[in-house]
Design a binder for this molecule. Structure first.
Ligand code: CP
Ligand code: NVA
Length: 303
């Protein structure tokens, strides 16, 4: 038995990612036709949330039920995670009971430590460094609307955060060009940028970065855990709002994505999410289907 983890997108090969996206589209079709597909009857996914979530919790929990299994929600407030039980111990205990563990936490090192001791697949459901599950949904959404993303230009506008880092990893695996426009002091981690080589171009001016782009993506200016920096960040990012007028500088068939939740009037104008180029609600809905394809991949690898 091989235990495969999904701690970042780089845990997949380009071919595995490509197949997973096609599979996500197939699984979505089954669900839309209300076909019953329950390969994982009696499987249980443990879900540890150290940060808030709507989409991630609902999509994993719904996905497990639809696949014939079950999911357990755990928060630090009412488990021993909040009382300092070592991750090494928790990983070994949970591995004796559940078939996979999904974790949303702060530092990437927490999930790496957990995975080191777990004998069941561990899934990164967002850390300060990465949000790989979101990228599965984003890439699925692009594929459904526009076909292959290979060779296209994607632009990331805003904070060089966990989502930006996952877009960098996606650029490597799915072979697209990524323009990144961040204010000074909010660039992505240079070590992650460096791995992607010449696929990445850094900009300061969002108007320059968006020029001709096929996909435009942004995120909140202050991520979970950075609430104290909200005011300072609003000032630093004030020229980085994505609006229909900015989108007009992108390619004529450009799509707009945002992982949500969005702050209208900050990183997006009040009308951006309702613009015809916005696919944010398809993107959010695809979390369900993309993660079912991920669960299938990980559970079948572990069988
Ligand atoms: N995009 C995303 O992960 O949303 P939640 O924080 O609601 O899970
Ligand atoms: N960058 C955001 C993403 C939320 C889904 C955060 O980490 O809060």
């Amino acid at each position: 038995m091989t235990t495969r983890h999904f701690l970042s997108l780089m845990d997949l090969s380009p071919q595995e990612l490509d197949r997973m996206l096609d599979r996500a589209i197939e699984i979505k079709g089954k669900q839309l036709r209300r076909e019953v597909y329950e390969p994982f009857k009696n499987y249980v996914l443990g879900m540890i949330f150290e940060k808030s979530s709507t989409r991630t919790r609902v999509s994993f929990e719904t996905g497990m039920v639809q696949l014939g299994g079950h999911a357990i929600f755990m928060s630090p407030r009412d488990t021993q995670f909040g009382r300092g039980e070592p991750l090494e111990d928790s990983a070994r205990v949970m591995s004796k009971m559940v078939d996979g563990v999904m974790i949303r936490t702060y530092d990437q090192s927490n999930i790496e430590l957990f995975a080191k001791y777990a004998t069941v697949p561990v899934i990164n459901a967002l850390t300060d460094q990465f949000h790989p599950c979101q990228l599965l949904a984003d890439l699925q959404t692009y594929r459904e609307h526009r076909g292959s993303i290979q060779g296209k230009t994607v632009v990331w506008i805003g904070d060089g955060n966990n989502m930006c880092h996952s877009y960098i990893n996606a650029a490597i695996l799915a072979d697209f060009n990524l323009h990144i426009a961040c204010p000074e002091g909010f660039d992505p981690d240079p070590a992650i940028v460096q791995r992607a080589g010449d696929r990445i171009t850094l900009f300061r001016d969002p108007k320059e970065a968006i020029n001709g782009a096929h996909l435009v993506s942004t995120d909140v200016w202050a991520s979970m855990g950075q609430e104290d920096e909200q005011k300072q960040r609003e000032a630093a990012f004030s020229g980085y709002q994505v609006s229909p007028a900015l989108m007009d500088l992108a390619a004529s068939d450009a799509l707009f994505m945002h992982c949500l939740p969005a702050h209208r009037g900050e990183e997006v104008s009040h009308d951006m999410l309702d613009d015809p180029r916005s696919v944010v609600f398809d993107q959010a809905g695809n979390r369900l289907h993309a993660q079912k394809a991920l669960l299938e991949f990980l559970f079948l690898a572990a069988k």
